[in-house]
Design a protein around this ligand. Structure first.
Ligand SMILES: Cc1ncc(COP(=O)(O)O)c(C=O)c1O
Length: 390
């Protein structure tokens, strides 16, 4: 059987590839410490689980509107007002199984074969894949990992062509943990206004921030700018609900019908009992977030100090999300070879920086969604490995 160009263009997710190799080593009896997967290691709050059971007991077990149940969209609209301080109509909100499908469905709705989308490097590894999946071409722009302002607007402008159909931004960033500065966001907004190119603002880590609160690009936007802004958010990271598959998009009017049509013709809807549980998360989840972020901060501070013990590691302190993206100074091998060696020799699983775009080479990504005890043990192994490689 021959396979389609579309599927051949799809990349296997590097994080799932490393996870499956690590699991294979575990089956052979090796002890593995996992720092490769990007999900909170906290259990979902009991109140949210109870809400799912209640909805099931009430018989909420059938198809729902493809756009999502109205009461969840209304709750999200209230959340948007509270958290992003924007007035959003429930009609502009679309519910999907996680934030990732919003990315895909919006790209499917706006791209024709060969259209271009600007994606960050280093950046979330699915962006380039999703753009290709939707028939487009990813064009990378660089993220300054160490500067206060993380983007270079002139570089972005120089990469815009008549085929550019969107710019994807992500802050706090996976993999760097950096947040966008107000200057970054204003520069992007200016490009969006001047060139009339939509921005897809991936804010799935917006509640996991340490020193400063998240600023959304929507905070600086005028009402008419919202015609060119898509916000992607979800429950996975904020409420430790990665396996529930629940997310949302705030979409301009013009995208609602096309995206809902794609949902109707593919996944139909998100299970209603999951959506009802989402309402309780939004209403009652703030204490859970506070607790989780406090724990992440403790780990971040301890591990940051440990990483700096090595003169072969350069790394900015993450301002949000739960990743370190250390640069290994004078690395005489690829990041794939380095992370493979670390996994096979010390049983520590991390992701190679090259998975995150062309400027990711020379780095590794370490998720600190693991216990402090495991983090200390695993990072000590990393330091030992670096000494041994000298
Ligand atoms: C930057 C970013 N965006 C989107 C997602 C997708 O998350 P989900 O589909 O679980 O909401 C992830 C998951 O790792 C991510 O890191």
């Amino acid at each position: 059987m021959s396979l389609s160009r579309m599927v051949n263009n799809l990349k296997e997710s590097d994080s799932f590839k490393v996870l499956s190799y690590a699991k294979q080593l575990e089956r052979q009896g090796k002890k593995i410490i996992h720092f490769e997967i990007g999900e909170p290691d906290f259990d979902t709050d009991q109140k949210i689980k109870d809400a799912l059971w209640d909805a099931l007991s009430r018989g909420e077990t059938h198809y729902t509107a493809s756009q999502g149940i109205l009461s969840l969209r209304e709750e999200i609209a209230r959340y948007e007002k509270r958290f992003r301080n924007i007035e959003v109509s429930p009609d502009n909100i679309v519910i999907t199984p996680g934030g990732k499908p919003i990315l895909l469905f919006v790209l499917m709705a706006i791209l024709n074969e060969g259209d271009e989308v600007l994606v960050p490097s280093p950046g979330y590894l699915s962006y380039a894949s999703l753009v290709r999946f939707a028939g487009g071409r990813p064009i990378y722009y660089n993220i300054n990992i160490y500067e206060r302002n993380t983007i270079n607007p002139d570089e972005i402008k120089s990469k815009i062509t008549r085929r550019t159909k969107a710019i994807i931004i992500n802050y706090p960033s996976n993999p760097t943990g950096r947040m966008a500065s107000a200057t970054d966001l204003l520069e992007i907004l200016e490009i969006v206004r001047d060139r009339k190119i939509p921005v897809i603002s991936d804010e799935v880590y917006s509640r996991i921030t340490y020193e400063n609160e998240h600023i959304s690009i929507t905070k600086m936007a005028e009402k008419e700018d919202m015609d060119l802004i898509v916000v992607v958010d979800g429950f996975s990271k904020t409420y430790a609900m990665t396996g529930w598959r629940l997310g949302w998009g705030v979409l301009p009017n013009v995208l609602i019908k096309p995206v809902v049509k794609i949902i109707q013709n593919s996944i139909s809807c998100v299970p209603p009992f999951v959506q009802y549980a989402g309402i309780v998360a939004l209403q009652d989840g703030d204490n859970f977030i506070k607790h989780m972020v406090k724990e992440f901060k403790k780990r971040r501070d301890t591990i940051f100090d440990m990483l700096l013990e090595s003169d072969r590691i350069e790394v900015p302190k993450p301002e949000g999300a739960f990743y370190f993206f250390p640069h290994i100074v004078d690395l005489k091998m690829t990041s794939v070879e380095f992370t493979k060696g670390l996994l096979e020799k010390y049983g520590v699983a991390m992701l190679p920086g090259s998975a995150f775009g062309p400027t990711g080479e020379g780095h590794i990504r370490l998720s600190f969604a693991n216990s402090l005890e495991n983090l200390q043990k695993g990072v000590q192994y990393l330091l030992d490995y670096l000494k041994e490689l000298k």
